[in-house]
Ligand binder design. Structure first.
Ligand code: NAD
Length: 336
């Protein structure tokens, strides 16, 4: 029997997680809960998802908009074993999930303390087995963990610094900025460093972040002091064993995030998403014990495969992390 999953919040992350769940053979989307009867609610229905209004108060709004709903979030929770919460940060549904007796996954907008367990499939799948509450860290944090974890395992990380150039907002969001500005995050370290440590507690990392007026990707400039000397080739060989890292070459004309997303469009995946972390192969340099590299993160989609693996681990549909990751990756075209 496929695992029964609900999606609460059907925006940038929710709609992608829903579609990724639907292409697995061991889990099903039983319904999606929406707050507003907007175009995304209509699209959810058109894609064949059962639609639920988040609250009772919202029900008449859906009826007025001519959108057929099956009930409220509370009704949906009765049908499922697990809910993937893709609502904005601090929306506060934990008591509702507790009351319904369902497990829940939250996204990176939430604090680690909400679940006391932050997940990355390569790092701590086994620790997630059977858990009730799991958080998948943010797109940036997931991106840093993907490349830093293998480095720590193979060479040891003495110290890392990541300077993160962040997209201002997502492509469909026309309300937020900056429009013509660069906005440094004045907090030091930015929240990403401690967030990486919520999954990799022993990694000594400092992060600095600034927002720029772009919508398509984040870029990280990373310098890592390794515990032993190596070469750029050895580092690339280690990363090449990881399917959720994809390589691009500036020398081949992929010199910016614009061209990375053009390659993503050429891959013809769902929504042109790039689930992998993009590393510029010819931007990897080693000087002494220090490694320098650039990576780019498709913020709308890199956390999607992690959500699928988290579902499998929490519901113990698959006890082996590598097997889950292989299955997820094959279903989404990762590594192809
Ligand atoms: P979004 O705004 O695109 O979608 C949020 C969805 O929740 C929408 O359907 C919205 O109608 C609904 N919603 C809004 N307020 C609600 C409420 N109070 N109760 C129930 N539903 C409500 O947001 P998103 O970008 O998908 O972000 C969701 C989570 O994923 C956040 O924790 C965010 O930090 C995290 N995240 C976002 C990105 C990204 O780049 N967009 C990347 C990784 C993680």
């Amino acid at each position: 029997m496929p695992a029964k999953v609900a999606i609460n919040g059907y925006g940038t992350i929710g709609k992608r997680v829903a579609d990724a769940v639907e292409v697995q053979d061991d889990m099903d989307v039983m319904g999606v809960a929406k707050m507003k009867p907007n175009y995304e609610a209509r699209m959810a229905l058109e894609r064949g998802y059962a639609l639920y209004a988040t609250t009772k108060d919202a029900l008449p709004k859906f009826e007025k908009a001519g959108l057929k709903v099956r009930g409220t979030l509370d009704d949906l929770l009765k049908e499922v074993e697990l809910v993937v919460d893709c609502t904005p940060e601090e929306s506060g549904y934990k008591p509702a999930y507790e009351k319904a007796g369902v497990k829940a996954i939250w996204q990176g907008g939430e604090e680690h303390s909400l679940t006391n367990f932050s997940f990355n499939a390569a790092v701590n799948y086994t620790e997630a087995l059977g858990r009730s509450w799991v958080r998948v860290p943010s797109c940036n944090t997931t991106g840093l963990i993907r490349t830093l974890y293998p480095l720590d395992a193979h060479f040891g990380i003495a110290k890392a610094l990541a300077v993160m150039v962040r997209r201002a907002t997502d492509p469909p969001d026309s309300k937020k900025g900056p429009i013509n500005a660069i906005e440094p995050e004045l907090e030091m370290p930015s929240h990403h460093g401690p967030d990486v440590q919520s999954v990799l507690p022993k990694v000594n990392i400092h992060t600095i972040a600034l927002k720029v007026p772009t919508t398509i990707m984040h870029v990280h400039a990373v310098s890592v002091e390794l515990k032993r000397a190596t070469t750029a080739k050895d580092v690339l060989d280690v990363w090449r064993r990881i399917p959720r890292i994809k390589f691009f070459r500036g020398a081949e004309g992929v010199a910016s995030t614009a061209q990375i997303m053009e390659v993503a469009r050429d891959l013809s995946r769902s929504r042109s998403d790039l689930y992998e972390i993009a590393v510029w192969e010819d931007g990897v340099h080693v000087v002494g014990n220090t490694l320098y590299y650039f990576q780019a993160v498709h913020q709308e989609s890199d956390v999607v495969p992690e959500n699928i693996d988290a579902i499998r681990a929490m519901l113990q549909v698959e006890k082996d992390g590598k097997a889950s990751m292989t299955k997820t990756d094959a279903s989404l075209g990762i590594g192809a």
